[in-house]
Write a protein that binds this ligand. Structure first.
Ligand code: ADP
Length: 842
């Protein structure tokens, strides 16, 4: 549709008098023109077409070369901004320049916007307000020399936009044209407003429809007669799923379709009382749960919004069932159980808790549980509990809780944080286990353990004491034997008896020694006197010591020792004891005529327990790190079940066996202790009936940096007569020792207690004093100190005789002034060794 100027409006001259007939004709023409324009304007079309029609009509009315239509956006800028909607005759640059016109613009539309009424500029060039402005320049560039802008005002007096016309020449529009323009402007304002309202309505209803279509909830409306008037997409989908045609539903009554509606009462109440209602219901026919909301609509009907909540309901039911199951389990466990929320508020306690404490759920809520805690512990418990809660850590504590009988019992309480999928703490679950009996048992056990330890200690003390006491009578017997030995001659019977006594006493002495070792092993009181030694010498001496024993059983004793020294750092006495013990056992547990073999070798690397290395002994470039000693026999062997504990104290194969072997089950324990103390390792390999092999691994030293000490080999010194004072309260022991000394060419005196000893010493001025420590009244240490104070005795050699051979005992005797420390029963050879060295000090 295009407005044309086919029926041009006669221009109002504004000059001279117009006659009446002419005016009537003009008015008629104007009215007709307006009617024509109106009819064009009200024709259907989109809003853009309407704007163009208005624009064309204005240009026609005003006989203008240019025209523009602007819409006011009162929310923009300061005082609103005009948006160019349609134009006629503008260059693209001009259209761009006036796309948005603000209130401070100097063009006619800007001025009209500020003024709120029409503004006419008959000559742009001469217009003072425009002089020098960008508007003036743009107008002139576009070829515009005159213009007017007329506001489009709604019936309510609201400015909606602007209609402007422009001319190429300076121009003063005629009154008549302006009158027609005003009429057009009013009509255009009405139309724009109506169009705009319609558009807004359409947009909002489209928006609403869009929203309703997009929501997953079912939305439907019914009129006051309950007839369906609208169903959104979700409602349509839902009906389709249940075989209902939505289009067919429209117009039908709700209760006609759903006579079985479970919410009929609620919906009727909403309709009748015009109130909103909420409901949640199970619709039997579809076997689904629905949650809904109905509200009255202005047309007298109802809008109903509902959603299918079956899944949530099922999840709720599952959750509830789970929870019930959990509670059933939690109620059935013997522990007290409870649950706290993520803040630590304890809100649930199991039946066991309530039964034990005799409290109710309400009484325990929050921090009510504290009331059953023991007042002495509750603060500590609560502090630790709260700290763990804050840090979100699992918690464990043991404390007493009061039962309904008023008695406290001990509980071990544990709390675990239960976390959600994101790792957040959802709740805490705790259990309290009654540990009263366990604690009592633990107390009992620890008391028993203490009693046992005490018993064990007393046993050790008793063994130590017993062996000590047994040694005392042994010493004089040994001395007597030695004495008899010194006497030549005697009958065959005497010699046999003598040999028998010597053997038996030696055996007895060994048993006593073993007993003494037990207490040393069990108390860890064995001290090594380490030095660099050639292990070959040790092995040789041990073989020599055992040879007679083997000889008596007609056993062969073979040895395989390397040619070069096997240096180890160790205590020669103790290492000899290790080898002797192993050889003794080999001899003891091997039948007559059996074979015993001792081997010693150097190995390059530390051995593994299962495969002891057997590297050649001459590994020149790789210094040996270990040496291996093997003692093998063809004896009875060791049962597999005994093998793992063969090195334990008192382990013996069969205790009911004939005790002729006379062992106490100590030897191997001692071997292991001593080897371990030497940083080594011992193992036993055996099969019953196939003999046994004991393997000792010891750290070896690569080369000697110090001269070797051939342990145990004493220099032969010439013996010369010395004055020796023997002090011992055991009369036999003292007499025996004195006899032995005299038989060896020394001069002796004997005393049995401290005071007599002092007196004898002052008279006799001995060069050597053999002094028993365990004297009655004044002990040996005190006597030694007194002797040392006497100038005449200052250089005498003092030898302590004692049952105690510990390092600490030696230390003590040294502090008291002793030069030597001999452990009873005293080996006379040792005494002779000291005396032959001229009684020199250690
Ligand atoms: P004892 O020999 O005094 O009984 P040991 O500690 O020396 O104590 O030995 C413990 C036990 O190990 C022995 O009683 C014996 O049963 C077993 N045993 C030790 N050495 C051997 C061996 N060479 N052959 C067979 N059994 C042995």
């Amino acid at each position: 549709m295009q407005l044309t100027r086919t029926n041009p409006i006669a221009e109002h001259s504004g000059k001279g008098t117009i006659d009446f007939a002419e005016r009537q004709a003009e008015e008629l023409a104007d009215t007709l023109e307006l009617q024509r324009i109106s009819s064009l304007l009200i024709q259907d079309g989109d809003v853009a077409a309407l704007y163009q029609n208005i624009l064309d009509a204005a240009a026609a009315i005003m006989h203008s070369d240019f025209a523009s239509l602007q819409l006011l956006h009162s929310d923009r800028g300061r005082g609103g901004e005009l948006q160019l909607l349609a134009f006629h005759g503008f260059t693209p640059a001009a259209a761009e320049f006036w796309r948005w016109v603000r209130t401070d613009s100097e063009c006619t539309c800007g001025a009209a916007l500020r003024a709120g009424r029409r503004v006419i500029v008959p000559d742009v060039e001469k217009c003072e307000g425009m002089a020098g402005t960008a508007d003036q320049a743009t107008l002139l560039q576009t070829g515009i020399h005159a213009g007017q802008s007329t506001p489009l005002v709604s019936r309510g007096g609201q400015m909606l936009g602007m209609i402007s016309t422009h001319w190429r020449q300076p121009h003063e529009p005629a009154e008549r044209s302006l009158g027609l323009l005003d009429a057009l402007a009013r009509q255009a304002a009405d139309l724009i407003e109506r169009k705009r309202n319609e558009d807004q309505l359409r947009q909002s209803s489209e928006r609403l429809e869009g929203i309703l279509a997009s929501i997953s909830d079912r939305f439907q409306t019914v009129d006051r007669e309950w007839r369906f008037t609208y169903l959104n997409a979700a409602a349509r989908r839902s009906y389709a799923e249940h075989g209902l045609d939505s289009d067919a539903l429209l117009g039908k009554g709700l209760f006609e379709v759903f006579p079985d509606s479970p919410v009929a009462a609620e919906l009727r109440r909403a309709m009748d009382e015009r109130v909103e209602v909420n409901y949640e219901t199970y619709f039997e026919r579809w076997q689904r749960w629905f949650e809904g909301f109905a509200a009255p609509t202005p047309d007298g009907g109802l809008a109903i919004l509902s959603r299918d909540v079956t899944q949530r309901k099922q999840a709720d039911v599952a959750l509830r069932e789970n929870e019930e199951r959990f509670r059933a389990i939690a109620d059935s466990i013997p522990q007290l159980a409870w649950m706290a929320d993520s803040t630590g508020h304890v809100g649930w306690f199991n039946r066991c808790w309530l039964d034990y404490t005799g409290t109710t759920l309400d009484e325990n809520q929050g921090v009510g549980w504290k009331s059953v805690h023991h007042p002495d512990y509750v603060d500590r418990v609560a502090e630790k509990f709260e700290r763990h809660l804050r840090e979100g850590k699992d918690w464990e504590d043991t404390f007493p809780l009061r039962g309904k009988d008023g008695q406290y019992r001990w509980f071990l309480s544990r709390m675990k944080a239960i976390r959600g999928e994101a790792g957040e703490i959802v709740r805490f679950f705790g259990t309290n286990t009654d540990v009263t009996e366990q604690r009592e048992l633990e107390t009992q056990i620890s008391q028993q353990a203490m009693a046992l330890a005490d018993l064990n200690r007393r046993k050790d003390e008793f063994l130590a004491m017993l062996s000590h006491e047994l040694r005392n009578p042994l010493a004089p017997i040994l001395n007597a034997v030695q004495l008899l030995k010194l006497q030549q001659g005697g009958t065959e019977i005497q010699r046999t008896a003598h040999a028998m006594i010597e053997r038996q006493v030696s055996q007895l002495a060994r048993l006593v020694d073993d007993l003494l070792e037990v207490s040393r092993i069990s108390t860890g009181r064995i001290h090594l006197q380490e030095e660099r030694i050639d292990l070959r010498g040790i092995v040789e001496r041990a073989i020599e010591a055992t040879r007679p024993q083997c000889g008596r059983k007609s056993q062969s004793l073979a040895q395989s020792l390397p040619d070069q020294p096997v240096w180890v750092q160790g205590d020669s006495v103790r290492l000899e004891q290790v080898v002797v013990n192993l050889l003794n056992n080999a001899c003891k547990y091997t039948d007559r005529g059996g074979h015993i073999w001792v081997g010693l070798e150097l190995a390059g690397a530390a051995p593994t327990p299962t495969h002891p290395p057997t590297l050649p002994p001459h590994a020149e470039h790789q210094p040996p790190e270990f040496c291996t000693l093997r003692v093998r026999d063809t004896g009875i062997g060791i049962a597999p079940e005994l093998l793992p504990r063969i090195f334990n104290l008192f382990t013996q194969a069969d205790k009911s066996l004939d005790r002729s072997q006379g062992g106490l089950g100590i030897g191997l324990a001692l071997v292991q202790s001593l080897v371990t103390m030497h940083r080594g390792r011992v193992e036993a390999l055996s099969k019953p009936g196939e003999g046994s092999e004991f393997v000792v691994h010891l750290p070896a030293m690569s080369s000697p940096s110090q001269p070797s000490i051939e342990a145990g080999k004493s220099e032969n010194r010439t013996l010369h007569s010395l004055r020796v004072l023997v002090v011992d309260d055991n009369v036999d022991a003292a007499a025996g020792m004195a006899m032995l000394l005299r038989a060896s060419g020394h001069e002796t005196r004997v005393a049995h207690e401290g005071a007599a000893a002092m007196q004898a010493a002052l008279e006799f001025v001995p060069q050597v004093v053999l002094l028993d420590i365990g004297l009655p009244v004044v002990n040996g240490f005190q006597v030694a100190r007194s002797l040392r104070r006497e100038p005449a005795l200052a250089h005498a050699v003092l030898i302590a005789l004692t049952g105690y051979g510990q390092e600490s005992d030696r230390q003590r005797s040294q502090e008291a002034g002793f030069d030597h420390h001999l452990v009873k029963p005293v080996d006379f050879a040792k005494v002779q060794q000291i005396l032959s060295a001229g009684g020199q000090k250690e």
